[in-house]
Design a protein around this ligand. Structure first.
Ligand SMILES: Nc1ncnc2c1ncn2[C@@H]1O[C@H](COP(=O)(O)OP(=O)(O)OP(=O)(O)O)[C@@H](O)[C@H]1O
Length: 307
């Protein structure tokens, strides 16, 4: 897999306070990287450092194998971004706003504006003035502006923030289309897990400036999400049977009568049978799934405990 953004030991201090601490991240070509963390975790600061808007205190950022230096700007032509809220000229139309942007950055490809308006689904409202636009439409126009230069990377800081469920769905579909049909690598931040759970290929979980985990979504699903929940009358005896008779080590005790078993090849009925054979009353056994929200909260709480 080719890494397009490589971040090594990145640290940022503001007035002696570390807001980003020794962060390592790898964003691969063609993927959607979901950058998850509560407000103030340091997501925007990292995105700004990638875009050379904020200078790192230490550490290294490489984009397409080129180290980002305070004087680097050429690489930015290959990155589209929305950091914080996208601003537009309210009295101009969507098309005029994009044309103005193209003039400003020196793109004279006539078709570019038309093309991106079509991609983001704003072709029919291209001649509407921005003050008539909904938040979702403005976000889509922001993405149109970010991709009008045909960048290979798109960096979006909380693009779904404040949108209604339909707006969220629209943006999700748009991002998948940009990834799948246009091969764009996308880094998207959010503080709401469910917003990016379904589209991210990799997630990076950040809290208090530290990257707690970087993991492929398929790994999260396979390893952490599926579990067997068993309700029993005797916890101690159950853990003994699980460990000694069935060789199961990966389990979690929820309470005195409930245990969760993760990543096991042993079938539900086999486990049930063994427990019953050993005189344990099994009041329930069923397959369940953790959602990413729980996984995320667990990591964040664990991170706080360690801090
Ligand atoms: N220019 C600055 N000067 C001082 N402190 C700053 C500056 N920029 C950011 N910070 C601080 O750095 C921390 C991380 O902020 P950042 O905006 O990167 O977080 P975030 O994860 O993007 O959160 P949010 O979702 O709220 O934007 C915050 O405590 C913020 O106050």
């Amino acid at each position: 897999m080719e890494t397009v953004i490589h971040i090594h030991q990145l640290t940022k201090e503001f007035k002696g306070v570390e807001t980003v601490s020794s962060v390592n991240m790898n964003i691969n070509r063609g993927e959607i990287y979901g950058f998850l963390g509560p407000n103030g975790a340091g997501k925007t600061t990292i995105m700004k450092m990638i875009l050379n808007l904020v200078k790192p205190s230490s550490g290294e950022i490489k984009v397409f194998d080129q180290q980002v230096l305070p004087t680097s700007y050429q690489y930015l032509k290959n990155i589209g971004s929305i950091i914080e809220y996208p601003e537009f000229y309210q009295r101009l139309t969507a098309k005029e706003n994009l044309q103005l942007h193209c003039d400003y950055i020196g793109i004279y490809e006539k078709e570019a504006v038309k093309e991106v308006l079509e991609i983001v689904g704003l072709k029919d409202v291209r001649n509407k003035k921005i003050h008539e636009f909904s938040l979702g439409m403005k976000q889509r126009l922001g993405i149109a502006r970010a991709i009008v230069t045909k960048p290979e990377i798109l960096i979006l800081d909380e693009p779904i923030n404040g949108l209604d469920p339909i707006g969220i769905k629209d943006i999700r579909e748009l991002l998948l289309l940009l990834k799948e049909q246009h091969g764009i690598t996308i880094l998207i931040s959010s503080h709401i897990v469910s917003e990016i759970e379904s589209i991210a290929d990799t997630i990076g979980i950040i809290d208090h400036g530290k990257l707690l985990k970087e993991v492929r979504m398929e790994e999260v699903r396979a390893e952490n999400m599926e579990y067997l929940e068993i309700k029993v009358d005797n916890l101690k005896k159950t853990t003994q049977v699980l460990e000694k008779k069935l060789g199961i080590q990966k389990y979690e005790v929820v309470d005195q009568h409930c245990i969760r078993i993760f990543a096991t090849d042993i079938s539900q009925s086999q486990i049930n049978q063994e427990l019953v054979l050993n005189g344990i009353v099994v009041n329930g056994i069923e397959k369940q799934q953790h959602n990413l929200e729980e996984y995320f909260l667990k990591l964040i709480n664990g991170g706080n405990r360690d801090a």
